[in-house]
Design a protein around this ligand. Structure first.
Ligand code: NAI
Length: 325
């Protein structure tokens, strides 16, 4: 057995965490020979519920769980962590404007960025899930100047997986046969799910589906999948979000084996002319614990427009919280 690694999860009494923590404890993220110490963060009113989660974790008698810390103090929950899932966020309340939401979350993520900066392992891998995920990740990054900006990412994998599943279903194939899908930009309705390079069963997806389906059905379905799930389930996607968070961290830590994934990353130095001071989702491959943007892709005029729209939204979000950066 290896030495245990420390994994932090915030929003640990929430819906996503209720699936995510148990998947991590089971070994789905780092494999069956990697013990984990779970470090769970909540806000004071949710500590009772978090205690219930801890009781259930103990009742699972997981062989890989080497310790559990539950706290309402980010300085405790992030102490020496190797992996951090920042899931907890302020939801939009009645009468709240978008700018109020951005600001309320900016406050949470500046505190947590500082705590990561001061207490986490210097190589910590951070995934921001709580919405608005990309801008929350930017705030975290700006408040953690001692961490490598490459170690802070935001979750676009759910959008990526949704796109793969729509293609597989349309082509009568399976997600394991779908490759080179990209979701560019923001985790929001402006995101751009792009099939320009995608293949299914080794054939170009563009030669298998017609362009009307792509533009009028596929793109809006992927963009609005979150809202469709809320409508159907009466609650936002949780198990699928947890699944994607595990996928993101596993591929980042253990490698994507040449497979393309979508990750929200700090855009500094990106080869596609995107504003360099936002967190933007690109096509990525992972190897040896590092991610890398896939370079040299030809960008069509349609793609350029779609990429610019989602970029403009992220620039707008950054401007709304500029005073906190
Ligand atoms: P939830 O409301 O069930 O749980 C959130 C938890 O976070 C609550 O228990 C709350 O007490 C806690 N929390 C709030 N502020 C906190 C803080 N400062 N520190 C620690 N914990 C805090 O929500 P759910 O369904 O688990 O979703 C969590 C977030 O993930 C939401 O912002 C949601 O919009 C986002 N999300 C992101 C996705 C993505 O693809 N990036 C996909 C699905 C959801």
């Amino acid at each position: 057995m290896k030495a245990p690694v420390r994994v932090a999860v915030t929003g640990a009494a929430g819906q996503i965490a209720y699936s995510l923590i148990f998947r991590v404890a089971h070994g789905d993220m780092l494999g069956p020979d990697q013990p984990v110490i779970l470090q769970l963060l909540e806000i004071p009113p949710a500590m009772g519920a978090l205690n219930g989660v801890v009781m259930e974790l103990k009742d699972c008698a997981y062989p890989l769980v080497a310790g559990i810390v539950a706290s309402d103090d980010p300085n405790v929950a992030f102490k020496d962590v190797d992996y951090a899932f920042l899931v907890g966020a302020r939801p939009r309340g009645p009468g709240m404007e978008r700018s109020d939401l951005l600001e309320a979350n900016a406050k949470i993520f500046s505190v947590q960025g500082k705590a990561l900066n001061d207490h986490a392992s210097k190589d910590v891998k951070v995934l921001i899930v709580g919405n608005p995920a990309n801008t929350n990740a930017l705030i975290t990054l700006k408040n953690a100047p001692n961490l490598n900006p490459k170690n802070i990412t935001s979750m676009m994998r759910l959008d990526h997986n949704r796109a793969m599943s729509q293609i597989a279903e349309k082509a009568g194939s399976h997600t394991t046969k779908v490759e080179k899908v990209v979701v560019w930009g923001n985790h929001s309705a402006t995101q751009y799910p792009d099939i320009s390079y995608a293949t299914v069963d080794g054939k170009a997806v563009k030669s298998v589906v017609d362009n009307d389906w792509y533009v009028d059905t596929f793109i809006p379905t992927v963009q609005q999948r979150g809202a469709a799930i809320i409508k159907a389930r009466g609650a936002s996607s949780a198990a699928s979000a947890a699944c994607s968070a595990v996928d993101h961290m596993r591929d980042w830590a253990l490698g994507s084996n040449g497979k393309w994934v979508s990750m929200g990353v700090f855009a500094a130095g990106n080869p596609y002319g995107i504003d360099e001071n936002i967190m933007y989702s690109f096509p990525i491959t992972c190897e040896n614990g590092q991610w890398k943007i896939v370079e040299g892709l030809e960008i069509s005029e349609f793609s350029r427009d779609m990429m610019a729209k989602t970029e403009a939204e992220l620039v707008g979000e950054r401007e709304a919280i500029a005073s906190l950066l």
